[in-house]
Write a protein that binds this ligand. Structure first.
Ligand code: NDP
Length: 394
């Protein structure tokens, strides 16, 4: 029996993980669940999955959860605070960790799990963007096994030889091709996109996801973050990574080998597929998702991404090329900009202009990638403050 910790259990990935885990109770124990402040949702998950421990970052929410758990008579310890996330990720009790917090907040617990040498399933892409070299270095030192959950990176992993491990450069590969749905504004004009509301931006045509990644999908920053994520996981250079828009979201990505062969992974756009793959790895388990009826799909479309209407993808590519701390700056600026957009403080194209300006202003940080955690966090803090000041001055 393996013991599972789900970081970000109340989120879209967290719930899909628990859905798959519940189908395999003979092989997996749901040991610890964490969330930020949604005590009601975490309580419902505790009733259903009976974890040994639950963590909420927000102290008041944790007190409410503790009372509800006692009233229900559940045997579940409730912990509170951001340090508790790191402690449970570091704890030897769990050997399998789903990293599904949204944003940079997931870095410290993910790093703790990696340093402990666990099997770490990474959905939370932002830590890989801001501190990819550090995470991969620590994984190599501890022997942690990193398995990608992002559907594109999971697809690539599935198309690589069985002996392949993340953090190594795969042999005989010419290029990785990430597919993108194109998001909700794929067919909109630039003028229409400029006036897009947050409600329109979070309505993804193919995937059901949390708010932040939904906005990232609308701007195509999600694909940009994924380019950087792919460069970290697969040790590929910028020129070996490409993006193609594939509106059906059925082909989840492709690996092109030096002999001209292209291998792809196909499946329904349902995150339980990559989650089941990584939970079961190296075996295969039922995910609850059916196969594809190819005849009824009839046709796959492919088109190049439009960088004029979606400048965030170009900014991410530029940050990948610049290397050093540019991806960290990009990620922090994007997180602040997405939050401001969701609150109605800025409009759609202010997102990219703010990120671009932050990358410019932080030029002095680009050159050499910060090697240690403290420097990485200091750059992240600098970029967030720079963006907040710009917002306050607007
Ligand atoms: P959601 O917004 O649905 O869920 C986020 C989870 O993180 C919730 O459990 C939330 O708790 C918790 N959380 C939020 N802020 C903090 C914090 N500061 N500290 C601790 N926990 C926090 O996100 P998704 O599930 O959509 O995405 C999670 C990650 O997976 C993201 O990095 C995303 O890019 C990635 N991903 C998601 C995909 C998807 O299909 N959704 C696909 C591929 C990757 P609470 O509910 O209490 O706020």
């Amino acid at each position: 029996m393996r013991r599972l910790l789900v970081l970000g259990a109340t989120g879209s990935i967290g719930r899909s993980t628990l859905d798959v885990a519940a189908r395999h109770a003979d092989k997996l124990i749901v040991h610890t669940l964490t969330a930020f402040r949604d005590a009601d949702a975490l309580f419902e998950l505790c009733k259903r999955h009976r974890p040994v421990r639950a963590v909420l970052v927000d102290e008041a929410a944790a007190s409410r959860l503790r009372e509800a758990i006692e009233a229900e008579g559940l045997a579940c310890e409730v912990l509170a605070g951001a340090q508790a996330l790191v402690d449970v990720a570091d704890d030897a009790d769990c050997d399998l960790v789903m990293s599904a917090i949204v944003g940079a907040a997931g870095l410290l617990p993910t790093l703790a799990a990696v340093r402990r040498g666990k099997q770490v399933l990474i959905a939370n892409k932002e830590p890989l963007v801001m501190a990819g070299a550090l995470l991969m270095r620590e994984a190599a030192a501890s022997g942690a096994c990193i398995l990608p959950i992002d559907s594109e990176h999971n697809a690539i992993f599935q198309c690589l030889p069985p002996a392949y491990r993340c953090g190594d450069a795969p042999k005989g590969v010419r290029r990785l091709l990430l597919t993108a749905s194109g998001g909700p504004f794929r067919e909109w004009t630039r003028e229409q996109i400029a006036a897009a509301t947050p409600q329109q931006a979070v309505k993804h045509p193919n995937w059901s996801m949390g708010q932040k990644i939904s906005v990232d999908s609308a701007t195509l920053m999600n694909k940009g973050l994924e380019l950087i994520e792919a460069s970290v996981l697969y040790q590929m250079r910028d020129e070996q990574l490409d993006v193609v828009v594939h509106p059906e979201s059925v082909i989840h990505s492709l690996v092109e080998y030096v002999d001209g062969s292209m291998l792809a992974q196909l499946g329904q756009p349902d995150m339980r597929v990559p989650i089941a793959h990584a939970l079961a790895w190296p075996e295969r388990w039922e995910s609850g998702v059916g196969g594809l009826d190819l005849a009824s799909l009839a046709r796959f479309r492919f088109e190049p991404p439009d960088l004029e209407r979606f400048p965030c993808l170009g900014l991410a590519r530029a940050a990948l090329r610049a290397g050093g701390n540019a991806p960290n700056l990009l990620n922090a600026a994007n997180e602040v900009a997405v939050e401001a957009y969701l609150c109605g403080r800025i409009d759609f194209y202010n997102l990219s202009s703010m990120i671009e300006a932050c990358l410019e202003a932080g030029m002095r940080f680009h050159a050499q990638a910060a090697a240690d955690l403290e420097s990485i966090l200091a750059i992240d803090t600098w970029a967030r403050r720079w963006c907040s000041d710009r917002l306050a001055a607007a």
